[in-house]
Design a protein around this ligand. Structure first.
Ligand code: HEC
Length: 257
């Protein structure tokens, strides 16, 4: 390289002299470098993105304050479905309105998730029973699995038996959905906890699927036929009625899992 620059005429020599000036003082194994600072715009972009990334990392990954696009989408979808559920259920909780929810497949997929989160720890992800009884069999402890009865049990809980009340922890719509979900799994017989209670005489939601007659009369018909066959529809009296057998049931179950 030295050879070529020396052989060249003066223009090249001048250039070499200028280049010499720009050369930095240090040298590493014969390698020398120019001082060519990055353009300002480039440096600004560099530091800009660096600090942005820091802020981003803190906001989204450390504090968890930031909502990812996926989370925002999920939240929006949930809100939309909530509205839809409200429309399906109406403002009043009745056997029919719950039955309407129960037959709405989309709602039930949603409710299955909610059930898994809130009820799954005690009743199993599919309602197959764990600490709490199997909700998928055709045997029921507290009255009949009519939707309004389930709604009552879930809202008020069975405090002495370890079933928490949910009316303050769930919104009315969530209560409705989770109730309807329980109704939808009755009789699916997912293998799990052994049956406890009395065989059921009516399935929830038979009301809604019956194609003939107005839903209102069908509902009251099922309700009245269900009533005499069960000991009593009230969960509290039912609880006391089954009290002698309950501890015996509960004890091995608690140790089994
Ligand atoms: C902390 C545990 C626990 C959680 C959480 C829980 N349950 Fe229960 N649940 C129980 C127990 C225990 C019983 C049985 C009470 C008894 O033996 O009388 C029960 C009973 C029930 C019954 C009555 C079943 C029958 O055969 O009469 C229903 C319905 C029910 N739970 C629904 C739910 C729903 C819906 C949720 C979620 C919103 C839920 N439970 C959450 C423990 C729980």
């Amino acid at each position: 390289m030295n050879d070529t620059s020396q052989n060249k005429p003066s223009a090249a020599a001048d250039e070499a002299a200028i280049n010499q000036e720009l050369l930095l003082n240090h040298e590493y194994d014969g390698i020398r470098e120019y001082d060519n600072p990055m353009p300002k715009w480039w440096v600004w972009i560099f530091w800009g993105s660096f600090y942005f990334a820091l802020g981003y990392f803190v906001h989204y990954h450390l504090t968890g304050n930031g909502e990812s696009v996926a989370q925002a989408y999920d939240a929006e979808e949930t809100a939309a479905r909530e509205k839809e559920a409200m429309a399906v259920m109406g403002s009043e909780v009745t056997e029919e309105s719950l039955a309407r929810l129960m037959t709405d497949e989309k709602m039930m997929t949603d409710a299955a998730k909610l059930f898994g989160q809130r009820c799954g720890p005690c009743h199993g992800q599919k309602g197959e029973g764990l600490i709490g009884p199997n909700l998928t069999d055709e045997v029921w402890i507290h009255g009949q699995p009519q939707l309004m009865n389930i709604h009552e049990v879930v809202s008020e809980g069975l405090q002495t038996k370890g079933m928490p009340p949910w009316k303050r922890q769930l919104s009315p719509i969530e209560l409705g959905k989770v109730t309807a979900f329980v109704g939808s799994i009755v009789g699916t017989n997912v293998p799990g906890k052994a049956p406890e209670g009395n065989p059921i005489t009516a399935r929830p939601g038979q009301v809604a699927v019956a194609p003939s007659g107005s839903p209102a009369t069908a509902a009251s018909a099922t309700a009245t036929t269900a009533a005499p066959s069960s000991t009593t529809p009230s969960p509290t009296t039912a609880a006391t009625a089954t009290a002698p057998t309950a501890p015996a049931n509960a004890a091995p179950a608690a140790t089994a899992h």
